[in-house]
Design a protein around this ligand. Structure first.
Ligand code: GLC
Length: 439
C-alpha cells in the first residue's frame, strides 16, 4: 500500500467534521466507535468520546459516561463492551461471552480512563448540576477502581494485571506475545471472524492469535466470570504498563474529585492506592531494555518492548530521574525513526509493523494522554511535537481509527469516534490538554 493522498483541511472544517462523526455514531445515550466494525459501546472509547461531546454538548457528554457506568457489575467491574442491541457485524457477540447480565456485556474490563474524562466534565461545569452528576459517577468509578486494585492486583504489588489482551485495549501488542504462548488455542469451538469483512487482514491479528483470544473468553466463561477465580487461575495474567499508568493517573483525578466533592471517607483509600502504585511501578522496569514493560505475573518475565503505553509513565507522574531520562531517550530515538509519533511499538524491534494493530501505528487518543504527561512533567518540546504530529495526521489523513507511523496512511475503521473526540478536545482547549479541577 502506498502512502494515502494527503488532504489539507483547516481547523474549522476539522471541528465540523469531528462533530458530525461523533453525532453520526451516537446511538442514543451511547456512541459506537465506528459503524459496522464496532457496533456496540466500548468502555474507553466511550469515556474519550465524552470529552469530545463536552466541547459542544456537556449534557450529552455526561450521558455518555452515565450510560457506561450504568452497566457496572455487582463486583464493581465496568465491562469493556456493552451489547446494547445485537448486531450481526461483530464477533464475538453476547452469546459467546455469556455473562448473564440483564443487558449483555463482555466479561472483562478496559483501561480506566473514565475518571480523568469525568474530571474534565466537572472542570467545565462545577456548579450544582455538574456536581450532582459528578458525585453519582464518582461513586461508580470509586467502586470500579477498587475492583481493579482488589482483583487485578491480588498481591497488592501496585501494578495491575490484565486477563485478556483485549482488556489492555492494545489488543495485538507484542507485549502479550510471549505470555499468550501459555494459552492453548487448539481446541476452541469453531467460529467465523467478522473483523476481516471490514478491514484488510494485514492490519489485523493472525488466526493463531485469534484462536488464543477466543480460548481465553471460553476459559473466563467456564469460571462464570468470577473475578477472584480468574485472578488465580487464568493462564494469562500480565501486568500492563498501559493499564497501570492509566489507573494511577485516574486515581489522581479521582482524588481531586473526592476532595472537591467532599467524599472525605474515600480520600485515604485513594491515597493508599496511589502510594502503592508509585513504588510498585518499579516492578515494570525492564533493566535489560531500559524501559517500562509488561510483566507476566505467572512467570515473572518481562515481555514486549518500548510501547506507546510505556510512554504514559509521564502521564502517571512516575519514574526516577534515570528512568525518565531513559524513556525520553527512547521517545526521541523512536520519533527520529518514524514519520509521525508516537509509535505503538519500537521500530528497532523485529516484530515492529508500521500498519498492524498495536505493533507500530499511531493512535491519536493515546497521543493526547502522552502529550499531556510530557507537558506536565516539563518535557514541553516533546509534548508540543506530539500535538503537532497528531494535528498533521488528522488534518492530512482524516479521522481514521489509527495511522501508519511511517507515512501517515489512515488504517483500520474510518469516521472513528475517539479520533474525532481527540480533535475536539484539542481544538476546544486550543492547546495541549490539561484540564483539572482545583483541589
Ligand atoms: C479495538 C482496540 C480497542 C478499542 C476497540 C474499539 O479492539 O484495540 O482498544 O477499544 O477496538 O475501538
Amino acid at each position: 500500500m502506498g502512502a494515502a493522498e494527503k488532504l489539507h483541511v483547516d481547523d474549522a472544517t476539522l471541528s465540523r467534521e469531528a462533530q458530525a462523526i461523533i453525532t453520526g455514531n451516537d446511538r442514543g445515550g451511547y456512541t459506537v466507535p465506528t459503524a459496522g466494525l464496532y457496533p456496540y459501546q466500548w468502555n474507553w472509547d466511550s469515556a474519550i468520546v465524552a470529552m469530545g461531546f463536552a466541547a459542544f454538548d456537556l449534557d450529552r457528554a455526561w450521558a455518555e459516561i452515565e450510560t457506561l457506568v450504568a452497566h457496572q457489575w455487582p463486583d464493581g467491574m465496568i465491562p469493556h463492551i456493552v451489547f446494547h442491541k445485537e448486531a450481526p457485524t461483530y464477533f464475538p457477540g453476547p452469546n459467546v461471552w455469556d455473562t448473564g447480565r440483564p443487558v449483555p456485556t463482555s466479561g472483562h474490563s478496559q483501561p480506566p480512563v473514565a475518571a480523568f474524562c469525568a474530571e474534565e466534565l466537572l472542570a467545565r461545569d462545577n456548579g450544582a448540576l455538574g456536581q450532582a452528576r459528578a458525585a453519582r459517577v464518582f461513586d461508580a468509578l470509586m467502586r470500579w477502581h477498587r475492583w481493579w486494585h482488589d482483583y487485578r492486583d491480588p498481591g497488592a504489588l501496585g501494578i495491575v494485571a490484565i486477563t485478556h489482551p483485549w482488556e489492555s485495549g492494545r489488543d495485538n501488542s507484542p507485549d502479550w506475545d510471549e505470555a499468550l504462548k501459555a494459552v492453548d488455542g487448539s481446541n476452541v469451538a469453531p467460529y467465523e471472524r467478522r473483523d476481516l469483512k471490514h478491514v484488510d487482514a494485514k492490519m489485523r491479528p493472525t488466526k493463531e492469535e485469534y484462536d488464543r483470544y477466543i480460548a481465553l473468553v471460553e476459559f473466563g466463561r467456564s469460571l462464570g466470570w468470577n473475578a477472584r477465580d480468574i485472578g488465580q487461575r487464568n493462564p494469562f495474567f500480565v501486568a500492563d504498563p498501559g493499564t497501570t499508568f492509566i489507573l494511577l493517573a485516574a486515581d489522581r483525578a479521582l482524588l481531586r474529585m473526592a476532595k472537591f466533592l467532599n467524599k472525605i471517607d474515600d480520600v485515604p483509600v485513594i491515597e493508599e492506592w496511589i502510594a502503592r502504585a508509585e513504588t510498585g511501578v518499579n516492578r515494570l522496569w525492564d533493566a535489560s531494555q531500559e524501559t517500562f514493560a509488561a510483566l507476566d505475573l505467572r512467570t515473572s518475565k518481562h515481555g514486549g518492548g518500548v510501547s506507546n503505553a510505556a510512554m504514559l509513565c509521564f502521564f502517571a507522574g512516575v519514574g526516577s530521574n534515570d528512568q525518565r531520562a531513559a524513556m525520553i531517550g527512547h521517545f526521541r530515538r523512536i520519533r527520529a525513526k518514524t514519520g509521525f509519533g508516537v509509535a505503538s511499538h519500537d521500530p528497532d524491534q523485529p516484530n515492529f509493523d508500521s500498519i498492524r494493530y498495536w505493533r507500530g501505528p499511531v493512535w491519536a487518543f493515546m497521543n493526547m494522554m502522552i502529550g499531556r504527561g510530557l507537558n506536565e512533567q516539563g518535557y514541553e518540546a516533546e509534548g508540543h511535537q506530539v500535538w503537532e504530529d497528531t494535528r498533521a495526521l488528522l488534518s492530512g489523513y482524516g479521522f481514521a481509527e489509527y495511522f501508519d507511523c511511517n507515512d501517515g496512511s489512515p488504517a483500520g475503521g474510518g469516521a472513528f469516534s475517539w479520533t474525532a473526540a481527540t480533535w475536539l478536545q484539542y481544538a476546544a482547549q486550543g492547546a495541549p490538554w490539561a484540564p483539572q479541577i482545583k483541589e
